[in-house]
Ligand binder design. Structure first.
Ligand code: PLP
Length: 467
């Protein structure tokens, strides 16, 4: 019953802050969150309680009813937010899960510079100021076969730098089939307009011809921009102008030919069953003036973006004021240098992304058999099977390529539906992100790292312990 006097009485019951702060379960949060944060959460809980009483949703209040509101929030704030997860999705470059995992060597180099002073901008031979870019540019040039390279914060930044540094106030021609949006709000038309360049669209969504580009070139044209269509894929009646033809046209007409490669692989992945993506070096050899690509996709390193190609153009970009806003941190550079040195030495297998992409089916199957055996021990009544699965490169690379993998399916009605199990796997102490098919949870083994079998098993045993 909703009455004014009931409300007034309820309001009088609302406990004072002092009473709440002296409660044991509340005080336990002081060392983790500090007194002020705990108090502000309690303030919020008290305000909600008051509102519920005034609106008639609640008639009584007590210390325990306020704590029921506040404790889950305090618990959530106490836990670290950015934490490791087990990636059992089979998507190697998984943007939501942090894309590439660093090689052990890269991690060691990050740790080495993180807590100490370093040669970040110091030339130790001459004892004077150096450039932070010196550490990695020569390595990038070597492993990508480019004349010059420039490192920025990410590929979106690299594209923006190139367009604003070389094309602002002028026109940039892009095929309509490549005016894509790439997950996370990176839209080519918007980046172009933000850079100050003017977009000129040519061709139809499915087909663009050399003549389309030719007719669009005016005295105001700065460049032709080719864009990797990422996860957007067309089939059937399609046609794009080959890279060497666009390069020849751009050269003839005295304009730039730029390409946003997206993932930008340094290795030819065709022998590993991933055909169809040219390497960075190949694109440059085919006549692209400047390419841009990511560091944490196919390269398998930290989050960076690279502008690579003609030295004359890269040097022009070095003087752009925007470069200062896109610069990378020392930990990133340490990880990048170490990763590139693995390429230099031919030890790319030590890079998790590369090893996962090259994993052989037989090895994946054996790994799935081992995981299934482990899970049968913790889930004796569950239906567990080793099955072939479809994995994916992710990050927009090789969207058309099916990456055959192996996985383990789990169905255990006592733990709930597949969706219930997925939720509990995610919320466990060590979050496990998996897939589902019909009524079964699917654990893809390609993206598992060392120790993940044990983590998955303990996530399941944690669930059965709670039953
Ligand atoms: C991933 C991608 C980007 C964005 O790269 P970030 O490194 O995430 O900034 C841009 N263009 C293409 C084609 C991509 O695939």
């Amino acid at each position: 019953m909703k009455t004014a006097s009931g409300g007034a009485q309820g309001l009088r019951q609302i406990p004072p802050m002092d009473a709440l702060l002296s409660e044991g379960p509340v005080a336990a949060f002081f060392p983790h969150l500090g007194w002020d944060t705990v108090k502000s959460v309690l303030d919020g809980a008290l305000a909600e309680e008051r509102k519920d009483i005034l609106d008639g949703r609640r008639r009584e209040s007590s210390v325990s009813s306020v704590l029921r509101r506040a404790l889950p929030t305090l618990e959530r704030l106490k836990r670290n937010s950015l934490t490791p997860v087990v990636n059992a999705t089979g998507v190697v470059v998984h943007t939501n899960l942090g894309r590439s995992c660093l090689a052990q060597r890269a991690i060691e180099e990050v740790v080495a510079v993180a807590g100490r002073y370093s040669t970040l901008e110091f030339d130790r031979e001459l004892g004077r100021r150096g450039h932070r870019s010196d550490h990695v540019e020569w390595l990038l040039n070597r492993v990508s076969d480019s004349e010059a390279s420039l490192v920025v914060n990410n590929n979106a930044g690299a594209v923006l730098l190139v367009l604003s540094g070389l094309c602002a106030g002028r026109e940039v021609i892009v095929s309509r089939g490549e005016l894509v949006e790439i997950g996370g709000s990176f839209r080519i038309p918007e980046i172009l307009s933000f850079s100050g360049a003017r977009l000129v669209e040519v061709g139809a969504t499915n087909r663009t011809h050399r003549g389309d580009f030719e007719r669009a070139i005016t005295e105001n044209t700065a460049a032709i921009l080719k864009v990797h269509p990422s996860n957007f894929r067309m089939e059937g009646f399609t046609s794009v102008v080959p890279r060497p033809e666009l390069a020849a046209l751009a050269q003839e007409r005295g304009i730039l030919f730029l390409e946003d490669l997206g993932s930008g692989t340094l290795l030819d992945m065709a022998p590993s069953g991933l055909p169809g993506e040219p390497t960075v070096g190949q694109c440059l050899r085919e006549g692209v003036d400047l390419v841009t690509y990511s560091g944490d996709k196919m390269l398998g390193g930290p989050q960076i973006g690279v502008v690579a190609g003609a030295k004359k153009l890269v040097d022009r970009l070095r003087t752009c004021p925007m470069l200062r806003a896109l610069r990378v941190d020392k930990m990133t550079l340490a990880a990048l240098e170490a990763t590139l040195r693995l390429y230099l030495r031919g030890q790319q297998e030590e890079i998790p992304t590369i090893a996962m992409l090259r994993a052989e089916e037989g090895a994946l199957r054996r790994r799935a058999v081992r995981l299934a055996a482990r899970l049968k021990k913790v889930l004796p009544k569950a239906r567990i099977a080793v099955v072939p699965v479809d994995d994916a490169v992710g990050g927009g690379a090789f969207p058309a390529t099916n990456l055959p993998g192996w996985g383990v399916t789990v169905a255990e009605p006592a733990l709930g539906s597949a969706n219930d199990i997925l939720t509990r796997l995610r919320e466990g102490e060590y979050s496990v992100v998996a897939g589902a098919r019909d009524s079964e949870v699917v654990l893809h083994v390609r993206t598992l790292l060392q120790g993940d079998d044990r983590r998955i098993a303990s996530a399941f045993s944690g669930m059965t312990a709670k039953e």
